[in-house]
Each structure stands twice: as C-alpha cells, then as structure tokens.
Design a binder for this molecule. Structure first.
Ligand code: AHG
Ligand code: MN
Ligand code: MN
Length: 340
C-alpha cells in the first residue's frame, strides 16, 4: 500500500543554537551596552529558582509532595504543596540582592515588599497548571519584570498596577519532558534547555518567531456552552474547510499550551463565560507576560476586544479573558467577537 511520505514535524520559527552557551553568558553578551547588568542578573536569579523548582517537580511523584497543602490561597483555590515550594523558591532567590523592590505572586494576597530602594518589580505565578502535577503533566512558572519609574518615591500600587506594555522582560520556565526557560527582554524571544547533569540552562533557540502557518488552536471546548456566541463563530471559522489546516490541542496548562503554539504556530485562549465574563486567568502574572512574549515573537494577545498589553490593571489578582499567539488568529477572534 502506498503511504504518503512523513511530512516531519512542523517548522519551528527560530534559529537553533549552533554553539554551546549558558543563559548567564547569553544574558551578558546580549544586554545593551548602556545596561548596568542588573536586569541580566535578575533573569539569572529566576533561572536559579527554575532549577530549584524543576528538581523538586521531578521528584513530585516520589515524595509526600503530592496532594494539597490544606490551605486556600487568595483566589479560593487549594494550594498544592508544590505551589508553596515554588513560591518560597521565587521569594528566596529574589530577596536580598538589592534588585527587587516588591514581588507580586499568585500565591500571596498582597505585594511582598523586599527593598524599597531597589529598581525592579517582579510579578509571577510560581507554578501554573499545578492541578496537573499529580497526573505528571507539564507545569510552568510565569514571570514579568517592571522597572520602577522613580525609585525615590515610596512604593505604591502605581509600581505594580501597570499595563503589560510597561514590562521590560517576561518569560516562563516550563517543567516538561525537559525543563526550558524562555524569556524576552525586548530584543526577541530566546529559549534555553536545562542540562540536569551540568545544572546549566543552555541556549536551544534564539529569536523564536511564530511560524507563518499556524497549526494549533488551544481552547477548552468543554466550556463552549458557557461562552458568548461570538466564540462559537470563531470555532466555526477555525474548522471551515477553507481556513488554515488547524487542529485542536489543549493541555490545560497554559505555559505548555503557549509553548507548543510558539514553536509550531497557533493560538491559546481562555475566554470569558456568560456568567463569568472575566474568565479565569490573571492579567498581571499570567496574561501580560505571555502577551509580551507573543508580541516579541511576532504574535499578539487580546482580551477579545482590546490589546491585552494595553489593559491597565486595577487589582493585582484581576482576571481577564486571554487569547494569545498567532497574530492573524487573534485578529480573527476579535472580528468574530465583535460581530453582532
Ligand atoms: P491554575 O493557575 O489554578 O493552576 O490554573 C491553570 C490554568 C491554566 O494553566 C490553564 O490553561 C487553565 O487553568 C485550565 O483551566 P480549565 O481546566 O478550566 O480549562
Ligand atoms: Mn499557580
Ligand atoms: Mn496559574
């Protein structure tokens, strides 16, 4: 029987590394000539937290870490033990270096003030998708970094209630079949894989771009009956025979869904629902960092109506619908939602 030749994996829009370079070296080599190196060191601190969290998640099935910590976080969600560990790891590496003024974490009810005189604010979800951890599914840490406008002014809401457009860097660490750190500091998106034997993040892809032809859309279609009608129009469009050759993939772990779509082309969405128009994901430390990365990779993000990076937060745990990935698919989604 004649079979079609294997088309191979879809293209990755980025340059594969052609030499060995650690993230530490790469950050130093790629910082602007005028930079003090403080942001590079901060990103390196986050890489260290990523290594700590990776080593713990690797053992999650073997230890008492499985299960719930028995406390409820500010969002009313059960905190898994790994969430607590990941949050502590982030706080530990970001404290005491004179770089971070305050940390906004999904797991903390209020911003944690570290050093009033320091230049950066870090927002993060220490472990996203943690409900997946006991089924051995990929999880991730999402982070964003803001530079304070005036370090001499006392810290206030104005330091962290800022639109994603103000981010100076953002990224994630994906704890999957391997551990990968993906970041942008405003000059492209770069990806590093952790060599667990050596303990270093090594450059894997530089200048990642969404491929021209998207392959995936990632939506939890089980929630479709609760979405507003515009979403139905979008799903219908995605499945039309004359539209791009898309297929549906949904892990339910935003970092993993976003990462696959970044490499192979596609869009991830978590829409609002009629009775919950704000959706599930948080603007400051889930939506905005992914939106920043998407834009740096030639894509974009929206809440369905406006550019996600333009939204001014009014609360640190504010939720928003999120659509992020391939630019043309996000544009199309907005058109479908706007139709009456
Ligand atoms: P959490 O931050 O509570 O771990 O939630 C994970 C998020 C995100 O990673 C994922 O895309 C989404 O929740 C999945 O939610 P559904 O199961 O409702 O699709
Ligand atoms: Mn989380
Ligand atoms: Mn989360």
């Amino acid at each position: 029987m004649k079979t079609d030749p294997d088309p191979g994996p879809p293209p990755v829009g980025g340059r594969p590394a052609d030499h060995l370079v650690t993230i530490e070296r790469f950050l130093i080599d790629h910082q602007p000539a005028s930079a003090t190196g403080s942001l590079s060191r901060l990103l390196n601190d986050i890489a260290l937290a990523g290594k700590l969290i990776a080593s713990r998640t690797r053992r999650a099935g073997l230890t008492e870490l499985l299960g719930k910590a028995g406390v409820t976080n500010v969002q009313g969600e059960d905190q898994k033990l790994m969430d607590v560990y990941a949050d502590d790891a982030m706080t530990a590496v970001l404290s005491g270096q004179g770089r971070v003024a305050a940390i906004v974490s999904e797991e903390q009810p209020a911003p944690l003030v570290i050093d009033e005189a320091a230049p950066y604010i870090v927002v993060h979800d220490p472990l996203d998708g943690s409900s997946n951890i006991d089924s051995n599914v990929s999880v991730g840490t999402i982070f964003g970094i803001y530079r304070r406008e005036d370090v001499s002014r006392p810290l206030s809401d104005a330091d962290w209630l800022r639109p994603g457009r103000d981010l100076v860097a953002a990224g994630y660490v994906l704890y999957g079949t391997s551990t990968m750190l993906v970041y942008s500091a405003g000059a492209g998106v770069h990806a590093f894989t952790l060599d667990p034997e050596v303990g270093e993040f090594l450059l894997t892809w530089s200048d990642l771009r969404f491929p021209d032809d998207p392959v995936y859309y990632s939506l939890n279609l089980a929630s479709a009956p609760r979405w507003e009608t515009g979403m139905g129009r979008f799903v219908e469009w995605l499945n039309r025979p004359d539209t791009p050759n898309l297929t549906q993939r949904y892990i339910g772990s935003a970092v993993a869904d976003f990462h696959r779509n970044l490499l192979h082309g596609g869009v991830f969405g978590y829409p609002g629902e009629v009775s919950r128009p704000e959706g599930k994901l948080r603007l400051l430390y889930e939506g905005a960092p992914l939106a920043y990365l998407a834009e740096q990779a030639g894509g974009r993000a929206s809440d369905g109506i406006r550019d996600l990076l333009a939204i001014e937060p009014t609360g640190i745990h504010q939720r928003t619908p999120v659509f992020v990935g391939d630019r043309r698919l996000v544009d199309r989604l907005e058109i479908c939602l706007a139709e009456v």
